[in-house]
Structures are given as C-alpha cells and as structure tokens.
Write a protein that binds this ligand. Structure first.
Ligand SMILES: NC(=O)c1ccc[n+]([C@@H]2O[C@H](COP(=O)([O-])OP(=O)(O)OC[C@H]3O[C@@H](n4cnc5c(N)ncnc54)[C@H](OP(=O)(O)O)[C@@H]3O)[C@@H](O)[C@H]2O)c1
Length: 302
C-alpha cells in the first residue's frame, strides 16, 4: 500500500514561444471598469510571483481590457519583453461565435492595434464556432503565424476532438489549450482535455481557477452552491494543516495535476495576486487531492 502522506510534486516551469513561463498566469477579464492607474501594480505583483503569462481577449470589455494593456505597454515598453501576451478572438456579439478566416484575422489585427503591439505571443480561438470548418480556422491561424502577427496559436473551450481536428490542418503545433478548470469545475479531468494536452505537449491554462471566487466565498450560483460549501470545508481543513488559505489549496490542487496546468488568476487585488504564490508551499497528499475531488463530485470515487 502506498503511503498517503507522500506529497504530490508540482511540475516545474514550462516553456512557451521559447520563453520560460510561470506556473501561474494573470487574467484581464475583470480589468474593464477598474482604474488604469492600478493596472501597473497588478502586473508588477503578477511578475513578482512569476506569473508572466498575461491572458486577455478581444471581447473583454468590448476591447477595453486590451486597450488598458496597450496604454500600459506604451507607457512602459519594457513590459512587453517581460510578459508572454495571450489574446483571443472569435466571440462576436450579438452573434455568439465567428471563427471564419476573415473574422479571426481582423480580430487579431484589431487586438494588436489596441495592444499597441506588432505581435502577440499566443492567439487563441476563444470558443468553437460550429459554422466554420476546422480547415478554415486553421487557414486563419496559419496566416497569422506566417505574417508574424502571433508567435503561436491555441484554443479555448475546445473539446479534445475539436482540438485534434483543428490540429490536423495546422502548419504548427497548437501551443495552448484553455479550458474552465477548478476544484468546482472538474470536466477537463474526465473529458480527455488534460490527457490530450499531455500527449500533444500543449500547455493547459485553467480559466476561473477559483470558480470565479466561489471557492473563496463558498457561494456559487444555483445548485453548485451546496457542492461549493462542502468543498470549502475540505479546502479549509487542508489549508489549516498547512497554515495557509483555501484559495492557495484550490490553486495547489490544479498545480498538482501532471499535465502542468497553469491557473489564470483573476483577482483585481495586488495583495491577493501575491498571496497566490502560497499555493507553491502547500503540501498535498494523494489522499488530500482525491478528497477535494470527491467533495466536488459530492460522492466517493467509484
Ligand atoms: N477562455 C475563456 O472562455 C475564459 C472565461 C473566463 C475567464 N477566462 C480567463 O481566466 C481569468 C481568470 O478568471 P476569473 O477572474 O474568473 O478567476 P478566479 O481567480 O477564479 O476568480 C476571480 C474572482 O474571485 C474573487 N476572489 C479571489 N479571491 C477572493 C477572496 N479571497 N475572497 C473573495 N473573492 C475572491 C476576485 O475578486 P477580487 O478581484 O475582489 O479579489 C474575482 O472576482 C480571466 O481574467 C480570463 O483571463 C477565460
């Protein structure tokens, strides 16, 4: 029998577009509406804890998040070399999705104008568009690569099968996949996303790693509320054993997965960004890890 007190190891920092990247990332979805002046402090805090992947999207605040980053980058151009800049296109309100060749290329070009940059590091298709063939999506991504507007490409909210279909038409390997993944939303463990990421050497960036704050507060919309409450009790027990916080335990749970999951933290507080580094100090046993998963599922593993 294995020793339940053997602690899980965290995969070391990986490489993306030839750069070393941290095991945490920082996300800009919630930036719009916050003061421009405060952004520098958030990015500084993220870089301090090694979270050098900065994730944004054309649709965040209808371009406002990218504009804020663009202002910061023009004020302090050295930031551009310190960060690995990820953006996304293909969500086109009021039509939900459009990943046609023309739309994706126009979206990336508009992002570059807002970001005041010549290129992004990784351009992601934000969500699968059921009406564009993977061959056409790949054509757009290939063009963006060959024109130098992005250094790498990836997908978000794609199933493994959708990812494989797109990959079959691409000139370059997909670098990133970005699923929703947290102790409350565990689907990537079961739908093959993380297995595909490992077999294809794709970096999985986990969006809403604290379930949008539910894992901090214990409150979640609808019936996930009850699960969040039970889950928080387990997170608190492990946090207590480690002299840490439930947020750090929730992040450590993602970090412990062998796929090298990079949680994208979304807080607007520089103090909370810095505190996230406490996730690397958590000692989590195999038993702890499965206890969290069982609390999330509301039942024992079969
Ligand atoms: N690809 C996609 O489709 C997709 C979708 C959604 C998000 N994303 C990416 O993922 C990033 C992160 O998403 P997220 O913002 O939902 O991440 P998250 O880290 O799960 O949630 C952040 C939220 O939790 C709150 N929070 C954190 N710690 C807290 C605490 N101790 N007590 C109370 N509230 C706390 C934050 O509030 P405070 O600001 O007050 O701390 C913030 O509102 C986004 O910025 C975006 O880059 C991608």
């Amino acid at each position: 029998m294995s020793d339940p007190e053997t602690f899980l190891t965290v995969k070391p920092r990986g490489r993306l577009v030839g750069r070393e990247v941290g095991r945490l990332a920082y996300g800009c979805w919630r930036l719009p509406g916050t003061p421009q002046d405060a952004l520098r402090g958030k990015i500084d805090a993220a870089l301090e804890i090694g979270a050098n992947i900065i994730d944004t999207a054309a649709v965040y605040g209808a371009g406002a998040a990218e504009e804020m980053l663009g202002v910061l980058l023009s004020e302090r151009p050295s930031f551009r070399d310190e960060i690995v800049l990820v953006t996304k296109g293909g969500i086109t309100p009021p039509v939900p999705y459009n990943s046609s060749r023309q739309e994706l290329i126009a979206s990336c070009e508009a992002s570059l104008r807002r970001l005041k940059s010549d290129a992004v590091d990784v351009f992601l298709v934000h969500r699968p568009d059921f009406l564009t063939s993977p061959a056409e999506v790949a054509e757009a991504l290939n063009e963006l690569i060959w024109s130098g507007k992005t250094h790498a490409v990836g997908v978000s909210n794609y199933s493994p099968e959708q990812t494989r279909a797109l990959q079959s038409f691409l000139d370059v390997p997909l670098a990133v996949t970005q699923p929703e993944f947290s102790a409350l939303h565990t689907q990537p463990l079961f739908d093959g996303t993380l297995d595909h990421a490992q077999s294809a050497s794709v970096i999985p960036l986990a969006w809403s790693p604290l379930a949008g704050g539910s894992l901090a507060t214990g409150r979640a919309p609808d019936r996930a509320d009850l699960r969040a409450a039970g889950l928080v009790a387990v997170l608190d027990r492990i946090a207590n054993d480690n002299g840490s916080t439930r947020e750090c335990v929730a992040l450590a749970w993602l970090l412990a997965h062998p796929a090298g999951v990079v949680p994208i933290i979304g807080t607007q507080s520089p103090e909370r960004i810095r505190a996230a580094a406490g996730a690397f100090e958590i000692k989590m046993s195999r038993r702890d890890w499965y206890e969290i998963l069982e609390a999330s599922r509301g039942e024992r593993m079969p």
